[in-house]
Design a protein around this ligand. Structure first.
Ligand SMILES: Cc1cc2nc3c(=O)[nH]c(=O)nc-3n(C[C@H](O)[C@H](O)[C@H](O)COP(=O)(O)OP(=O)(O)OC[C@H]3O[C@@H](n4cnc5c(N)ncnc54)[C@H](O)[C@@H]3O)c2cc1C
Length: 124
């Protein structure tokens, strides 16, 4: 029995493995820096992995920018994450999320993501 497998050689400046949020952020950043990007993903790009399921199931993005609670800050967000994780969260990663979530939201909006808003324009 003969095998029908073929081999194709692809070239790029940057090879991204995976098609979730981390991969797509890396791909966009590399492209914006002028690199040719190739994505190799096991599942459909943008529609596989935790990113897709968290967007579908929770559909929310937590930001400590005082949008809902004016007293909210990255430090309070960090404490909330660490308490909710009950000792399982990596403190360094939690700190990055707390400090960079707002910048991440702005990045998503620049990419075209539209977050739901109230009639007065404030975030829900
Ligand atoms: C229901 C739910 C709610 C969540 N809520 C929050 C929240 O409120 N706040 C928060 O910060 N985080 C939340 N998370 C966690 C967050 O969604 C994940 O940490 C994040 O999306 C992970 O992104 P990622 O790109 O690293 O991985 P993923 O999105 O999982 O992407 C992995 C990618 O790699 C591909 N892949 C897998 N194996 C291979 C392979 N062998 N070769 C090539 N490609 C491969 C997959 O197809 C997929 O495209 C939630 C997660 C879930 C499921």
């Amino acid at each position: 029995m003969s095998s029908s497998k073929t081999t194709e050689t692809l070239c790029a400046d940057v090879l991204i493995i995976g098609g979730g949020g981390a991969a797509l952020k890396a791909a966009i950043s590399a492209r914006q820096a002028g690199a040719g990007v190739l994505i190799a993903s096991k599942g459909p790009v943008g529609k596989s992995g935790a990113t897709y399921h968290s967007a579908l199931e929770t559909g929310a993005y937590n930001v400590p920018g005082g949008y809902i609670d004016s007293a909210d800050t990255p430090d309070i967000f960090y404490r909330d994450i660490m308490e909710a994780a009950k000792g399982c969260a990596d403190p360094l990663l939690a700190r990055i999320i707390a400090d960079e979530a707002e910048e991440g939201m702005r990045f998503l909006e620049e990419c075209g993501v539209r977050f739901e808003r109230n009639a007065d324009g404030s975030y829900m």
